[in-house]
Ligand binder design. Structure first.
Ligand SMILES: C[S@@+](CC[C@H](N)C(=O)[O-])C[C@H]1O[C@@H](n2cnc3c(N)ncnc32)[C@H](O)[C@@H]1O
Length: 205
């Protein structure tokens, strides 16, 4: 099944596909095909005007979202300088700079200064901080909007499918706490899906 899933059916700009291929060997690779596919499907149904991303990386998921939502603007936060500048260049090369507001900084410091309301938030930054970011993200999301959090099952460690290395327990417990918070929050309907390293899709009521 894993092989079938990783086939994906990603239909994206050829230049972007090429950049994603190159990024696969990097330390923080871009979102896998099956996850990005579902994110783009969510975009097609939601038709967002304002998208917020935590964890720009090299800008490849952000670019895919902007290609899928032709009228949307993206605000994206990245704290590693080299990635921030690579993302800036990638958005420029792909002709998307005009719709991308890239912010260099620590998401924990940037988020409290943003103003809502976003239609879609793609949470793909530091996993240990998801729960800390949650109150801010909730305040920034319009009702009917979607909070799409990546890597929430982390190699099957979070849901116990695979044994976790002892040293990863603190991180796993933090992700579990995030999942509990969104699943128990009466203002959200959340589905946890086994795509890539796991996604939690939370719809704000
Ligand atoms: C998985 S990568 C993002 C990949 C990108 N969203 C994509 O799919 O192409 C996670 C990114 O979050 C960034 N990051 C980690 N901690 C952060 C923080 N506290 N604030 C902002 N960005 C952070 C990392 O530098 C890294 O580039």
């Amino acid at each position: 099944m894993q092989n079938l899933l990783s086939f994906g059916q990603l239909r994206i700009d050829a230049r972007l596909a090429c950049l994603r291929e190159k990024a696969k060997s990097g330390r923080d690779p871009s979102t896998p095909d099956e996850t990005l596919n579902y994110l783009l499907y969510t975009i097609q149904t939601l038709r967002p005007s304002r998208i917020l991303e935590i964890g720009t990386g090299e800008g490849l998921s952000g670019a895919a979202m902007l290609f899928a939502a032709k009228d949307a603007r993206l605000t994206s936060i990245e704290c590693v300088e080299e990635r921030f500048f690579t993302a800036k260049k990638n958005f420029a090369d792909l002709g998307l700079s005009i719709r991308a507001d890239l912010i260099f900084g620590d998401a924990g410091e940037v988020l409290p200064h943003l103003n809502g309301a976003y239609d879609l938030i793609f949470l793909d930054g530091p996993k240990a901080q998801y729960l800390n970011y949650f109150p801010c993200l909730k305040a920034l999301l319009r009702s009917g909007g979607v909070l799409f959090a990546d890597d929430v099952l982390l190699y099957g460690w979070v849901d116990g499918r695979e044994p976790m290395p002892a040293k990863r327990r603190p991180l796993v417990e933090k992700i579990r706490a995030y999942l509990r918070a969104v699943l128990e929050d009466p203002d959200f309907i959340t589905s946890v899906l086994p795509l890539g390293e796991g996604v939690a899709v939370s719809v704000r009521l």
